[in-house]
Write a protein that binds this ligand. Structure first.
Ligand SMILES: Cc1ncc(C[n+]2csc(CCOP(=O)(O)OP(=O)(O)O)c2C)c(N)n1
Ligand SMILES: [Mg+2]
Length: 592
């Protein structure tokens, strides 16, 4: 037991749990906590971005790269409210972070002091965050902190990871008590429960019997770090793999068995394989609307005609959209290890998949012939494909890219080839703009020796332009590639596709003659102390990116991209009551 102030308890806990960063913004509510961080500043670095949303995206990005959580620190009321969207991004993509929020002093609960939210309950801020965190703890005395901290740490990293809130009334930061820290369950994801032996036997039998099997892997496969086991298994069995964006790279996407993403913005071979398969083994993947062509039969999948084995650590995901023939509550890696043991024993074998592989090779060739011309054309403004191709050509396999929400993301989902896990950061579940340009800062702190590049829309970047300041203040050498199409193009395209081009509120214009408008991004970067370049011809992009990576300084490249070239749809996305559009390439298929 030692006599400690509440803030000291929290600071020591951060040190003991090896949480090296706190991303946060000051306020009168958290100065007590900041003072304790002063004492541990050689072990816990405080980084203060200019907006709380960016702080949480940075923590989210750090976790996705390193699979170790860090914390945010925000003040009472508005500062913490600014976290909400970013926590929703983390929650819906199963990313862990400890959001320490300050609240009004316990002695003032229900008096409506400055910044208290209390219409229904005193100091009710945790209720604001309730839907976007795994749990919210509100220790109201110093002696409640050790348990809350231990439980918070364990909650966010075990099972399906997610953000956790620790809401601390500010008297608790300053008050003292005799307390002892409680160590948290050590290491990320220590509980790796497997499937029951009977379920593994059944899965092995179903896979051995399948003639057209396919695997569908998602973030769960990444989070359980199952890349090597997945690769080993599919190589032994010859099973092709479809990846959701956050599962990309678990199997090297240059591998002949990698089919890419499925759904409207997926690759044609993936949709063909999905709808023609006789067995799908989904591991740590959810069949959300975007990876299931809005569940329209025959566009991406054909359940229940196709058999489904669905493996996940979260009960809620198994059978949410497609009732599986075999539902298994298990960690991805443990399950794959269990299947590998069956391979060793000879009870799981590669089937006769020759015809299946031949079909896939044919679909792949058709798709490549269709898309190749777009990759080969140089133009000004630039064809989108060229940016994807040149990013891949310039960046090493271990480079980390982050994407934001928008049409640029659709191009990367369709054509990016992630070579390693945890190298492609996507705001998939919530699609929150501002994630990509912010999260890349956290990613770089997690992987200081690897190039970190944010590819983001002009709209998304202007939501968080202050990331430039943070990169300079803390010397974080990331690159932003601003995909400049002078529009909220993903949404503008919906107006062209579904509303006869009645464009309103979806592009950026200036003056009476409505000239396309954007700030001069490169100049804006330079004003902040960041290197800035502008690229308008595709021939110049590659060299600019090479230079930006080589500089090893914060750098922004403003890239003028053709807004009128749209990614080819290969599945469907229905937005009721708007009817869906038929795929541009390929046709739905429903077996007899
Ligand atoms: C915070 C937030 N606001 C609004 C949206 C809706 N939204 C999705 S994509 C998009 C347009 C994105 O524009 P931009 O960043 O320029 O990317 P582009 O589509 O042009 O590549 C919008 C407004 C969102 N996903 N997140
Ligand atoms: Mg745009």
């Amino acid at each position: 037991m030692a006599r400690m102030k509440g803030a000291e308890v929290i600071a020591r806990f951060l040190v003991e749990e090896k949480i090296p960063y706190v991303f946060g913004i000051c306020g009168h509510g958290n100065v007590g906590m900041l003072d304790a961080l002063y004492d541990v500043r050689d072990k816990v670095t405080l980084v203060s971005p200019r907006h709380e949303q960016t702080a949480a995206h940075m923590a989210d990005g750090y976790f996705r790269v390193k699979h170790r959580p860090v914390a945010t620190l925000t003040s009472t009321g508005p500062g913490s409210a600014n976290l909400t969207m970013a926590l929703a991004v983390a929650q819906t993509d199963s990313s862990a972070l400890l959001a320490i929020t300050a609240n009004v002093p316990t002695s003032q609960f229900n008096r409506s002091p400055f910044q208290e939210i209390n219409r229904h309950n005193q100091a009710d801020f945790p209720n604001v965050l309730r839907p976007v965190v795994k749990h919210s703890f509100q220790p109201s005395r110093v002696d409640m902190l050790p348990l809350a901290l231990r439980q918070a740490m364990t909650t966010m990293t075990t099972g399906r990871p997610g953000p956790v809130n620790l809401d601390v009334p500010y008297n608790v930061f300053r008050e003292e008590a005799d307390v002892e820290l409680e160590p948290a369950l050590d290491a990320f994801n220590p509980r790796r429960s497997g499937a029951s032996p009977a379920d593994v036997d059944q899965a092995a039998a179903m896979i051995t019997a399948a003639k057209r099997p396919v695997m569908f892997i998602g973030h769960g496969a990444t989070l359980s770090e199952s890349g090597p086991e997945l690769t080993d298994l599919v190589h032994r069995l010859g099973i092709p793999v479809i990846s959701s964006p956050n599962g990309m790279g678990c199997l090297d996407m240059e591998d002949p068995l990698s089919l890419g993403f499925i759904g409207r913005n997926g690759a044609y071979p993936a949709n063909q394989a999905g709808r023609h398969a006789d067995l799908v083994v989904a591991i740590g993947a959810r069949f959300d609307d975007r990876s299931a062509s809005s569940w329209l039969p025959g566009y991406s999948w054909n359940f229940p005609r196709t058999k489904l084995i669905h493996v996940d650590v979260d009960h809620a995901e198994i059978g949410r959209n497609y009732p599986p023939d075999l539902g298994i509550l298990a960690d991805a890696r443990t399950f794959l290890v269990q299947l590998l043991a069956h391979c060793e024993r000879g009870t799981l074998k590669a089937g006769a998949l020759g015809e299946w592989h031949a079909s896939i090779a044919k679909w792949r060739a058709e798709w490549e012939a269709f898309v190749r011309p777009g990759f080969e054309q140089h133009a000004s403004p630039i064809r989108p494909e060229r940016i994807v191709a040149d990013c891949r050509a310039v960046l090493p396999d271990d480079a980390i890219i982050s994407l934001d929400s928008g049409i640029h993301h659709n191009w990367f989902m369709q054509f990016w080839k992630a070579r390693r896990p945890q190298t492609m950061l996507n705001t998939w579940g919530f699609s929150g703009m501002g994630f990509g340009p912010s999260a890349i800062l956290g990613a770089k702190l997690a992987a200081p020796d690897r190039p970190c590049v944010s590819i983001c829309g002009d709209g998304g970047f202007t939501m968080v332009p202050h990331v430039l300041c943070t990169a300079v203040e803390y010397d974080i050498p990331v690159v932003w590639v601003v995909w400049n199409n002078f529009a909220w193009a993903a949404i503008r395209d919906l107006q062209y596709g579904y509303f006869d081009g009645r464009e309103i509120g979806t592009a950026f214009y200036q003056g009476r003659d409505r000239k396309p408008y954007n700030p001069d991004f490169a100049m804006w970067a330079r004003a902040a102390g960041v290197e800035g370049m502008t690229v308008t011809n595709s021939r110049d992009f590659r060299g600019a990116l090479e230079q930006a990576v080589r500089l090893n300084k914060p750098c922004l490249i403003d890239v003028h991209v053709d807004a009128d070239i749209r990614p080819p749809s290969t599945g469907a996305w229905e937005l009721p009551p708007i009817p869906y559009k038929e795929p541009l390439f390929g046709k739905p298929y429903v077996p007899e």
